[in-house]
Write a protein of this length. Sequence first.
Length: 155
Amino acid sequence: MSSGVVIRAFEPGDEAAFHDINVEWISAFFVLEAKDRETLENPRASIIDKGGAILIALVDGAAMGTAALIPMKDGGVELAKMGVRPEAQGRGLGRKIITAAIELARERGAQRVYLETNSRLGSALKLYRDAGFVDVVGEPSPYARADVQMELVLG
């Protein structure tokens, strides 16, 4: 990955990048669901105003990746809406985003980071497992595509 990688907090004006990166990623593998639209069409109200955070990954100034941390009732956070544009995939950007998200979760005092994914996404599963996530059984997901649940307990 280029040395021009910056991962920063969501700023006004990032709405389109957050939306487009995630729609592109989700649509490449799955069907966009109502819950996706709700989150992506108003990220400030659906994530930030509820105490969450959104990270934007810039490569040489262009938005190339995103991730969100959404507070959970149990003191954990959900890692959600993580996506990387196709032209930036396979070059370590996802790993940098996950690392930044885990660091932010720790800074915010989260007890754990939880995520939902799909068993068809081998590269994503490897990335999550490499970061320390383990498979868990949780509550039913609001997403039809989510057939894997994972967590990283923060110590």
